[in-house]
Design a protein around this ligand. Structure first.
Ligand SMILES: N=CN[C@@H](CCC(=O)O)C(=O)O
Ligand SMILES: [Zn+2]
Length: 415
């Protein structure tokens, strides 16, 4: 199987060397080739260059991308797309004045989703999740991290991990699974949080690890959820099973989760709507990627992650959807890229770097995904006609994606 795309108006995120992360001022650079071609064999980027240098290549499929832009697929490093049902009634409750925390305190929120998921069969859960996965692929996402955390029992968390495994087996998208059993304290442990933490440490982590169905470990480190001490204990236990931390921190309160994540060599620390100077200092000289989730801030009406402070301190930044039924019922990375520009004051170049190479880094896959580099996986977006890549964030709410190539396969154009 081979595909040649010719006459590309702009080929974005082109790197001769295999970069794995972009930081600070470099995030403003987005290397591109005007009037370009790219050639793909099977699932791999083989060649690219300017049309002026193009020498005839015989390919099974030839695409004329005149007036269109080609870029690496979005790398969405933070989602909860395996869930059952929805929480639309809580959405209406919030419009009528209840806060996210008040809804959670009444037994809604994550516990509400857990109840629904526990009563959903694995097959049904798989079908519901597959629909969401296919929808985000059509919107340009080619690699995605998926968390558990709506099970909250050993069986239901393993059911979620099995669903993620099945999605991995059937989808062309690259998928990385994360165990987020420490997402909320289940009703039956409401007076015995330590009992639930022990269950995660002694039973769930060893089981998930033995089955090899989780790669990362996550904890919702937040007031009313899991403390610094709980998080530390879970990350320590996970380390013994080679699970790498990617944690929820600083969504509503600053507890010191950023420094804790760095101490545990977390791959990423995510949310960061609240951030102080100690957090910035902790992130400097670390290998931990800060991840902003602008669509969550938009939907909940909470502060936006201070991206300028992070990037201007010389740090890298990734952006992701946080697709979940409670705080972000959207997996649209195009909207996330627009919102990063409009609300986080990131330039289009910074937002595209954050949603491609740095998103890939936050999933541990940036050696194979996130840039146009020879030898990397052929996950590409071919946009609708546009004059310049800045139109991707500018035309917010629109879908800039015309066609996608995922794992070297061309999917049908969107209707
Ligand atoms: N904050 C924790 N977890 C999710 C929301 C979960 C939910 O409300 O169902 C988040 O990242 O926003
Ligand atoms: Zn989340």
């Amino acid at each position: 199987m081979s595909i040649l795309i010719k006459n590309i108006k702009q080929l974005l995120q082109v790197h001769q060397d295999n970069i794995k992360i972009v930081k600070g001022a470099d995030m403003k650079k987005l290397p591109l080739i005007e009037n370009a071609y790219i050639y793909i064999e099977d699932d791999t980027i083989v060649e690219f260059g300017t049309m002026a240098d193009y020498k005839t290549i015989d390919a099974e499929t030839v695409i004329d991308a005149s007036g269109k832009i080609v870029l690496p697929s979005w790398c969405d490093s933070h989602t909860h797309i395996v869930y059952a049902g929805n929480r639309v009634s809580e959405f209406v409750d919030r419009i009528n004045g209840l806060s996210y925390t008040e809804i959670a305190n009444r037994g809604g929120g994550i516990l509400n989703s857990a109840k629904t998921l526990q009563n959903t069969t694995e097959n049904d859960l798989y079908e519901q999740s597959l629909k969401r996965l296919n929808a985000i692929i059509a919107m340009g996402t080619g690699a995605v991290e998926i968390k558990t955390g709506y099970g909250l029992t050993v069986d239901a968390e393993l059911k979620m991990l099995n669903v993620i495994k099945r999605l991995k087996q059937t989808s062309l998208a690259k998928i990385k699974p994360t165990l987020l059993a420490a997402h909320a304290i289940p009703e039956e442990y409401k007076n015995d949080k330590q009992g639930y933490v022990n269950k995660i440490i002694k039973e769930l982590i060893p089981k998930a690890s033995a089955l090899r169905i989780a790669k990362y470990i996550d904890v919702f480190c937040e007031d009313g959820y899991f403390s610094i001490e709980d998080t530390d204990a879970i990350l320590k236990a996970a380390k013994k099973h080679y699970l790498i931390p990617k944690i929820h921190v600083n969504q509503f309160n600053i507890l010191g989760g950023v420094a804790l994540g760095v101490k545990h060599n977390a791959l990423s620390v995510d949310h960061l709507e609240e951030l102080n100077n100690d957090d910035i200092v902790a992130l400097k000289n670390s290998n931990t990627m800060p991840v902003a989730l602008p669509a969550c801030s938009y939907f909940l009406g909470i502060p936006y992650t201070p991206a300028r402070q992070i990037i201007d301190a010389g740090l890298p930044l990734a952006i992701a959807t946080d697709y979940n039924p409670g705080s972000t019922p959207s997996g649209n990375m195009n909207f996330v890229v627009s919102t990063a520009c409009i609300k986080l004051k990131m330039t289009p170049e910074e937002a595209i770097n954050a949603a491609t190479i740095n998103g890939a880094y936050a999933m541990g896959i940036s050696s194979m995904y996130g840039s146009i580099t020879r030898g990397k996986k052929a996950n590409l977006i071919i946009t609708k006609p546009m004059d310049d890549y800045s139109s991707i964030p500018y035309e917010f709410g629109d879908n800039p994606v015309g066609q996608v190539i995922i794992n070297g396969q061309l999917l049908n154009p969107l209707k």
